[in-house]
Design a protein around this ligand. Structure first.
Ligand code: DGY
Length: 320
């Protein structure tokens, strides 16, 4: 029996591609260029499944136009806002994601952003590399100490909890907001706040770890930013759409808040160019899960999902 034809929309790590080639008939994207919805639909002709990635345009319109041969979509990510799961469900197309395997890597990036933003690491690097460092000075690039501050986490799921576990040894006191209060074992001493606004009011450092949904769209807007303590630091490793860029940029410009550490952007890779002009914005290009170990694990989990699906078994991470 011939192996299922798998459309792989982006270049994946070598070990993942090798396994895909062993078990599937892959059709890959050698140029590793982001495809438009039309291209994706066209290339899916004759395919049994699609292995896609964040940013791929699999909205309702594209899903409705996919050929009938496509039975499953496995995304190489935990976030799946780029796939219209309702449209997929309506067509009987299964959707899978990769939860769990990128928790540590994403939590590490959140800590990097916290430290980088609090300690003005980008400004220091730029000064040094531009040959502008004229020696140690008592008032040079003074940042903020994290120890003793309150860390507010929006969304104490897997990644939020991994961030909390890493932040505690730095001396941060952990608070959180989520739709429901968690059992105390999962809270691990973190204080729950019933509303996002209440959490923000005490968050010296605010770290966002909620998915992008209609409910969390622009959750951090001008009104909520006004509730943050003076000199707060905002960290986003979740999704750009959770933040209202106009409001955050205005708060960074006016120094209403001290700094932001961002790994994700609304409309990425076309982030709002005004961020690039702000020396109090510590910016990374969506590197949250970008470690060799993690990207391999994500690819293997995506393939585990497809293997189980085509074997008629229950895939480990099914969304619909
Ligand atoms: C995901 O898996 O959703 C991440 O954003 C990729 O880094």
């Amino acid at each position: 029996m011939s192996s299922p034809v798998l459309l792989i929309t982006r270049r994946l790590p070598e070990a993942v591609m090798a396994r895909a080639a062993r078990d599937y008939t892959p059709r890959d994207n050698e140029a590793d260029r982001a495809w438009s919805a039309d291209e994706l639909v066209e290339r899916a002709r004759g395919c049994d499944a699609i292995l896609c990635a964040p940013g791929d345009p699999l909205g309702a319109d594209a899903i409705e136009r996919l050929p009938g041969s496509v039975r499953a979509i496995a995304t190489f990510s935990v976030g799946y806002e780029h796939v219209d799961v309702r449209a997929a469900g309506a067509r009987g197309i299964a959707v899978f994601n990769t939860p769990g395997v990128l928790t540590d890597a994403t939590a590490e990036i959140a800590l990097l952003l916290m430290l980088g933003a609090a300690r003005r690491a980008w400004e220091g690097q730029s000064m040094l590399r531009a040959g502008r460092w004229d020696g140690w000075r008592p008032t040079q690039l003074l940042g903020r100490t994290l120890a003793g501050k309150r860390l507010g986490i929006v969304g104490l799921g897997r990644i939020g909890r991994a961030v909390a576990a890493r932040a505690r040894p730095f001396g941060l006191e952990v608070h959180y907001h989520g739709r429901r209060r968690l059992p105390s074992k999962l809270e691990d001493g973190a204080s729950w706040h019933e509303t996002a606004g209440d959490l923000l009011a005490i968050s010296d450092v605010l770290s966002l770890h909620c998915p992008a949904t209609p409910e969390t769209h622009h959750l951090l807007d001008a009104t909520r930013i006004e509730r943050l303590p003076a000199d707060a630091i905002v960290i986003n490793t979740a999704r750009g759409a959770v933040v209202d860029d106009d409001a955050l940029i205005a708060a960074l410009r006016s120094r209403r808040i001290a700094a932001a550490g961002l790994d994700v952007y609304e409309g990425e890779p076309d982030l709002d160019p005004r961020y690039l002009e702000l020396d109090n914005a510590y910016l990374l290009p969506h590197l949250g899960s970008a470690t060799i170990e993690t990207r391999n694990a994500m690819g293997f989990l995506a393939l585990d999902n497809l293997d189980a699906f085509f074997a008629g078994a229950e895939p480990p991470a099914r969304v619909v």
